[in-house]
Structure formats: structure tokens, C-alpha cells
Design a protein around this ligand. Sequence first.
Ligand SMILES: C[S@@+](CC[C@H](N)C(=O)[O-])C[C@H]1O[C@@H](n2cnc3c(N)ncnc32)[C@H](O)[C@@H]1O
Length: 269
Amino acid sequence: MTPEKDDGFGALKRYIEQNLKIQCSNYKEDYIKRRLLSRMRSTNTSAYDEYLKYLREHEPEHDVLRKALTINVTEFFRDTDVYDLIRKEIFPALFKGRKTIRIWCAGCSTGEEPYSLAMILSDMMAADKSISGQIFATDIDEVVLKKAKDGIYSEKSMGKLSETQMHRHFTKLADGTYQVKPHLQSLIRFRPHDLMSGQPISRFLDMISCRNVTIYFTEKQKDELAKTFYTALVPGGYYVMGKTEYLGREVEGLFIPVNSIQKIYRKKE
Ligand SMILES: C[S@@+](CC[C@H](N)C(=O)[O-])C[C@H]1O[C@@H](n2cnc3c(N)ncnc32)[C@H](O)[C@@H]1O
């Protein structure tokens, strides 16, 4: 099904921007339209103005649409090779120069990515009591952030974790779910943040992991984001992207590839 007419697309976008606080103009129009179409199918509406009317009259649809626009698929240790490199090379390299490291996990969804980083950090801190770290984990979607803060996961989502990791970092609850232990939670600060705001969450960061977030951004928006990350990192700081993401021409000169397959870069000194 395609909407029979385009009428109301502009009004719908304005409504989304004002009420869901998502800047549609920053995303590719095709992408927004595809996501809207899927919601229109589910709500049995066939034109943008009809869907807007539905949205105004059905408060719960706001959350459903927000979720549809900000797809939050994630998992613990997504792309294990990247985490192997972080464990074996990146964190050890960072700790050569300092005792505390600061990491920004941008677009953290329900928390599996920052908790994966925190597990690596926590294991290193257990082996060397003189080192520590802090992870800032942000997402535009406050619903997923709440789940991330709660840190409770189904048994199914624990698939990639070893017995040791599960035992050391999680408590099994009576209903069969797993809750992140306080020592891991204390390494992370969760906060809402829009990556399109142009403002970094902090500065003097040693590493930024922003993975599988920018796939729906326009080229211009991706370049702006890379510049924001550039200003937020310390010289030599690491930028970890998703495996299908890439640096645009305008910004590739700002970073040096560390591993082009795993999409790990360093800010030029
Ligand atoms: C596919 S998930 C990726 C999660 C995790 N980084 C990973 O790789 O597994 C994308 C996340 O980016 C978030 N996101 C999308 N647009 C954003 C924006 N403008 N600012 C911050 N987060 C955004 C979504 O809410 C979603 O949780």
C-alpha cells in the first residue's frame, strides 16, 4: 500500500517534530516515509492527513511511532571482532597514557552496547586496581533509555555472554530474567541526547562508540556528527563506527584509520 495522496506530509512532519521531538528534516525523506507507511498500514489509515488525525486522537501511538522512527535493534557484544579489538588493543593503548578513561556510547538503545564496554572495563579494573573509567551512554529515545537504566534482560538476549560474564556481571531474577549488577551500572551514566543537536555530551573523551545509528542520517548530518565527535575527542582519541557506516569525504581527513574493516578511527593529533 502507498498513501493515495501526499497531502499532509508537511503537517505530519511538523507535528512529529513538535510533539515527538524528532527532527524529521535531518533524516532521509524516503526513510521517514517508509516508517510512516508501516505505521499507516498498522493503523488502517491510507493518507498522511488521516494518519495525523489518528495520531492526535491516540496518545499511545506517539510511543509506537517514536520507536518505529528510531529503530533500536541491538545486542551484547554486537560484532564480536570489534569488542575483541577494544579489549586487546584499544583500552590497553588508552591506559598506557592515563589511569582513567572517558567513553561516550552514542545511540546506546536499550543498553547492551554500553554494558558490553563496561564488562570489558570492569574486567580490566579487577586486574589492575589503579585504573578506572566512566561511560556516558545516550539516546534520543527515553523509552529505551529507561530499559537501559533498569538493566534487566531476557535469557534470550544473553546469548553471546559466557557463563563467567553472566555470573560475574548479572543476577538471575526469580522470573528468569537477568539484572545487571551495581558494579557495572556504576560505570555508566545514562542520559537523553539528540545526536543532531550539534552538541557533544562532554569533551576530552578518549573514545566514542557510535554504531549503527547514522545509517538513516543524511550525508550532511553524518559529516556534522563526525565534526562534533572530532571536537569531543582528545587528540588520538578513538571513534568506533558501525561496520556498514563510513566517514564522508569532507571529514575523512580529520581521522586516521586504525582498522578499516572494523571501522575504528583515531582523531588526528
Ligand atoms: C540500531 S540502534 C543501535 C544501538 C547500538 N548502538 C548498537 O549498535 O547495537 C540505533 C539507536 O540510535 C538511536 N538514535 C536514532 N537517532 C538518534 C539521534 N538523532 N540521537 C540519538 N540517538 C538516536 C535510536 O533511538 C536507537 O536506539
